[in-house]
Design a protein around this ligand. Structure first.
Ligand SMILES: N[C@@H](CCC[C@H](N)C(=O)O)C(=O)O
Length: 284
């Protein structure tokens, strides 16, 4: 029987099984299957997926993220904050400012530390990507997809597509309670216009500095929070003149609040907590 040590962590309830590949060895071909197994709430540990904390040539540490269904994504905002906490508290980095490599390139992290523990993490998520080819979406590659209308079950919705390293479709709704999360969410996730599938976010604007947010994640379904999704939602709100660039927005997610700014210099800052739940050994 094989085994590995893990740490379960969450960012606002978006929880993953973290495996330290500085110490553990996992077979590459097994990774999707392992992500599915550990995520299973009945026969595994129970999580939204699996995150690997890996060595990298470009940064002190690299994050790889696998969704609950075993698919690998290119980024994960809540995962990045947890990896930043893990890296600092396990001495993989010495400074409170460092970069983390991802499949979509390195991002910059800054941790706030109290009594040796990371209490808050800010990640500079880089610039949003807005063209259809970058998202990716079918259609004219160099054009953006901002506030395009579509009909679903006789209701009209408006969609804005944003990539934060991974693809997001943001839909503004009048009341977050009425968002068709479990119906339109999975339909749009697998819609043919998104060849790599998409994360689906529903957003209610509360005022010029606050929004309510719910997510149907690609490969994981409903989660309590999505960091890249919150960044995409704020970018979409600015693009649609509902928020101002350079102003910090409080995003109210099911699991708590994130603080997001699309800065004047074009990068998106995400500030929020990261928590350790438990450690253990997984047998397979
Ligand atoms: N929960 C994450 C995003 C995880 C990956 C996503 N489901 C995808 O497939 O792109 C976050 O906090 O950003």
């Amino acid at each position: 029987m094989n085994q590995f040590s893990f740490t379960k962590m969450h960012g606002l309830g978006n929880n993953y099984i973290y495996v330290n590949l500085f110490e553990e060895q996992l077979e590459e071909a097994m990774l999707p299957e392992l992500a599915r197994r550990v995520s299973d709430v009945n026969t595994g540990i129970g999580s939204d997926g699996m995150i690997l904390v890996c060595p990298s040539e470009n940064a002190p540490v690299k994050m790889r993220i696998f969704n609950r269904d075993g698919s690998e994504a290119r980024s994960c905002g809540n995962g990045l904050r947890c990896v930043a906490k893990y890296a600092y508290e396990h001495n993989l980095v010495e400074d409170t400012v460092f970069s983390i490599d991802t499949l979509s390139g390195p991002v910059h992290a800054e941790v706030t530390v109290q009594d040796g523990k990371v209490t808050l993490v800010t990640i500079d998520m880089g610039q949003p990507r807005l063209t259809r080819s970058e998202i990716p979406m079918l259609g004219e590659g160099e054009t953006p997809f901002i506030i395009e209308e579509f009909l679903y079950e006789n209701r009209r919705y408006e969609l804005t597509a944003v990539s934060m390293g991974n693809p997001h479709g943001v839909i503004f709704v009048d009341r977050i309670e009425d968002a068709p999360l479990t119906t339109l969410g999975p339909v749009l996730e697998k819609h043919e216009m998104f060849p790599d599938s998409v994360n689906v976010e529903f957003v209610e604007i509360v005022n010029e500095k606050e929004m309510n947010f719910r997510v149907w994640e690609r490969g994981s379904g409903i989660t309590q929070a999505c960091g890249t999704g919150a960044c995409a939602a704020v970018v979409a709100a600015v693009l649609n003149d509902k928020m101002e660039k350079g102003v910090e927005t409080i995003v109210h997610l099911a699991g708590g609040d994130l603080f997001i700014t699309w800065t004047e210099d074009g990068t998106v800052l995400m500030k929020g907590p990261a928590e350790t739940i438990c450690t253990g050994i997984y047998y397979y």
